[in-house]
Design a protein around this ligand. Sequence first.
Ligand code: HEM
Length: 132
Amino acid sequence: MSAELTYAQVAEHASKKDLYLVIHDKVYNSSSFVDEHPGGEEVLLDVGGLDATEAFEDVGHSDEAREILDGLLIGTLKRQPGDPKPKAAATTTTSSTQSGTGLGVGLYAIILLGGAAAFGAYKYIESQQSKA
Ligand code: HEM
């Protein structure tokens, strides 16, 4: 049960009925688990035949999930130069876009406040001068 597979061999198993995943350089046959996955079949099919390490770790799976994983183990990945890097979960990109927008709004607020303060100072100086 400890076959060595290349990334190219793993990539051939990317359909629902024949689904291999790579997590931490180990190869898992997830076909039997697709329908039972609490996170849905779609996310598993997305990373079918690919390195799903990042996607799996980003979710923060429980020890129970890791035990299930042990039962699906079929071999280790024979990593070769030029093999693709882990595929990140889709949620990572969404959250980074959101924080980018947050900074943009903050920047506008600073510019507006700065403008208002400068205008206030100008009016104050003007009123002081007219008194004199
Ligand atoms: C064969 C590999 C996998 C196994 C055995 C597995 C197993 C599990 C288990 C047991 C849960 C329930 C919560 C927990 O115990 O942590 C879960 C939840 C979840 N999994 Fe996976 N998972 C796998 C791969 C993935 C991948 C690649 C993704 C990609 C993003 C993913 C996304 C999720 C999500 C989003 C949940 C949360 C569902 C919810 O709470 O509504 N899983 N998974």
